[in-house]
Ligand binder design. Structure first.
Ligand code: NAG
Ligand code: NAG
Ligand code: NAG
Ligand code: NAG
Length: 444
């Protein structure tokens, strides 16, 4: 694969043809049969969307540049979406006239109903609810649906039920408890329902989730979503006794797509040798996992970042979150510029810097890159090179795999994204208000 795409693109927006190619994916929407190993205990396998196991991988392989630019465009939409959550804006500011598609990065198997119907849902730490496309859904982007009529334990939630009161702005047409929400650039109309949800080998009876009736836009994950946030209807809230608001994951690298990672639910078998930083809670956005990023080191130098670029501020939503759904870490402008400039200085002033889509620090000759360390309260995380750099398949281009937060929204949020988390175990220990990070090769 040669550099077929111009390296001089200066915007994150990508031509529509890339999107078209991506969405001509195969319609056999179950895991590749070779990947049908069973989940065990309370641990689920996690697959990258481009994994050979994933039914959502592009049917025609994309060039490296196309893949990167597509992921950047989706990130742009996602970070704008997350920023809009923080700002409590109801309208997501997506560039007009562009159809930006947000696809999930990591998927896992959830079994819904009795007998179980398997869906490959997106894992999303920045959302609370779980929702799945139900039979008869208008506008859902998948041909795989959950069919309530085939489940003996399915139950509609009515407006009188207590669960309905946990839904923000429920709509009560007749007796069914309905709700509308926005996700990325999509709007979703769903009914709140209850059924058994089986995760790995754990059946969770009477689980409340959204049964999507209608969807518009193109951001809805094809087979639904499992929110790992902390809000009222989240997995954490509904499995308090079973999992005690504790989970961890290891996200496999997209460089070794044959590997799957894992999502381990509950306090059992979590790593003991792990570094922790406190989790912070923003009452305006309780589902986001904020941490206190206090500085960033490039090589041995702590770069000069204005403190307000990193400071946690519950009122404005400013601060730093860990997110499983964004691919490349985004830092607010002054923070990004500071690390980028130091990175370039270390790599060598004389080397020509090129761009690739939204990456502004790429090289077409081999480089020796400095390490990058995130300094969190009580925990320093030095990223291995694989978490900092992306290399083209042909090996000719290397980019610093981070970018500045979108500038067309008043973005105040730093997002530690999944590329920077890959091959680490990230432990969310909500009862003790802490987040742990440890190196781990995800090779389950
Ligand atoms: C929710 O969405 C449905 C279907 O698009 C629409 O008919 C209804 O008016 C919406 N309700 C609210 C409260 O926005
Ligand atoms: C990944 O798995 C596929 C099919 O099982 C196999 O053909 C391919 O060689 C594997 N790739 C690597 C890098 O191991
Ligand atoms: C950088 O370029 C200048 C002028 O071309 C040269 O004098 C200097 O030695 C170069 N530095 C390195 C580290 O290659
Ligand atoms: C993190 O690194 C900083 C700067 O290098 C150092 O001062 C601090 O003690 C380190 N913190 C931990 C918890 O290791």
């Amino acid at each position: 694969m040669r550099n077929r795409v111009s390296l001089s693109l200066s915007s994150f927006l990508i031509p529509l043809f890339t999107i078209t190619i991506f969405f001509s994916f195969s319609q056999t929407l179950a895991l590749n049969p070779e990947c049908e190993t069973q989940d065990h205990g309370s641990t689920l396998q996690v697959f990258h969307i481009f994994s050979p196991c994933s039914p959502f991988k592009p049917s025609k392989p994309l060039s490296w540049e196309q893949t990167v630019m597509q992921q950047q465009a989706e990130d742009q939409a996602r970070v704008q979406y997350l920023s809009s959550l923080v700002a409590r804006k109801s309208v997501v500011p997506i560039a007009s006239g562009r159809q930006i598609i947000q696809s999930p990065t990591y998927i896992l198997r959830a079994k819904i109903g009795s007998p179980p119907q398997t869906l490959l849902v997106a894992m999303d730490t920045s959302n609370d609810a779980a929702w799945i496309p139900c039979s008869g859904c208008v506008g859902c982007p998948s041909s795989t649906f959950f069919d309530p009529s085939k489940s003996s334990l399915f139950k509609s939630v009515t407006c009188a039920d207590s669960q309905c009161k946990q839904v923000p702005n429920p709509t009560c047409d007749g007796s069914a408890c309905g709700f509308n929400l926005t996700y990325g650039g999509s709007t979703i109309a769903a009914n709140l329902v209850q059924d058994t949800v089986t995760l790995a080998t754990d059946p969770i009876p009477g689980y409340s989730l959204g049964c999507i009736q209608k969807a518009t836009g193109s951001s809805v994950p094809p087979q639904g979503l499992l929110g790992l946030g902390r809000g009222p209807l989240s997995l954490l809230s509904q499995t308090q006794n079973l999992y005690q608001s504790t989970f961890s994951y290891c996200l496999p690298s997209f460089k070794s797509l044959n590997f799957s990672g894992s999502l381990r639910l509950g306090p059992v078998a979590q790593p003991i040798r792990i570094k922790f930083t406190p989790l912070l809670k923003n009452p305006r956005r309780p589902s986001l996992y904020y941490v206190n990023l206090v500085g960033i080191r490039v090589g041995r130098k702590i770069v000069d970042i204005p403190p307000e670029a990193l400071a946690f501020n519950p009122t404005t939503g400013a601060g730093t979150i860990f997110d499983s759904g964004t691919v490349f870490t985004r830092l607010v402008e002054p923070a990004y510029t500071a690390i980028r400039d130091e990175f370039r200085r270390r790599v060598g002033r004389n080397l020509t810097v090129t761009t690739l889509g939204g990456f502004d620090t790429c090289y077409t000759v081999p480089i020796v890159a400095p390490s990058i360390t995130f300094l969190f309260s009580g925990m320093n995380v030095t990223l291995p090179q694989d978490n900092i750099l992306i290399h083209s398949t042909a090996g000719s281009t290397t980019c610093l795999a981070m970018a500045a937060a979108p500038s067309n929204v008043n973005s105040v949020l730093n997002v530690i994204a999944n590329m920077q988390q890959q091959n680490h175990r990230i432990l969310y220990d909500v009862p003790n208000s802490r987040l742990g990070v440890a190196r781990e090769l995800c090779t389950s």
